[in-house]
Design a protein around this ligand. Structure first.
Ligand code: FAD
Length: 94
C-alpha cells in the first residue's frame, strides 16, 4: 500500500510526488485523461495537439533554478531562446 496519495498531476502534484517518491511510495490520481493539468499538451487527434497552458517558466529562486537545471540535463525541459516582448511596456528581452 502507498504511503502517500496525491490528487492532481499538474505542476504542483507532480513536483510533490517527485520529491516524496525519493523516500516513500506514492500513488498519484488525476481526473483528466492525461497528466500535466494546466501545463499539459492537449491532444486533438493522435499525436496532433497543442500546449494549451504553460509554455514557459522563468525560475527566480536559487532552488527553482537548480531544479530546472536538473530537468534540462534530463531533457525534460529545454531552454527557450525565443524573444520575449512585453506588450505593456518598452522592455524587451532575449
Ligand atoms: C492558458 C494558460 C497559459 C499559461 N501560461 C503559463 C506560462 O507560460 N508560464 C507559467 O509559469 N504559467 C502559466 N500558466 C499558469 C500555469 O499553467 C498554472 O499556474 C499551473 O499549471 C498550475 O499547476 P497546478 O499543479 O497548481 O494546477 P493544475 O495544473 O490545474 O493541476 C491540477 C490537476 O488536478 C486535477 N484534479 C483536480 N481536481 C481533481 C479531483 N477531484 N480528482 C483528481 N484530479 C483532480 C486536474 O485534472 C489537474 O490535472 C498558464 C495557464 C493557462 C490557463
Amino acid at each position: 500500500m502507498s504511503e502517500f496519495c496525491i490528487i492532481g498531476s499538474g505542476i504542483s502534484g507532480s513536483t510533490i510526488a517527485n520529491l516524496l517518491n525519493k523516500k516513500y511510495s506514492v500513488i498519484l490520481f488525476d481526473k483528466a485523461r492525461g497528466p500535466g493539468g494546466r501545463a499539459s499538451f492537449k491532444r486533438i487527434k493522435g499525436k496532433t495537439g497543442f500546449d494549451h497552458g504553460t509554455q514557459y517558466i522563468s525560475p527566480k529562486t536559487k532552488e527553482f533554478k537548480k531544479f530546472t537545471k536538473d530537468l534540462i540535463k534530463k531533457r525534460i525541459l529545454k531552454v527557450w531562446r525565443g524573444k520575449h516582448v512585453f506588450l505593456n511596456s518598452k522592455k524587451k528581452r532575449r
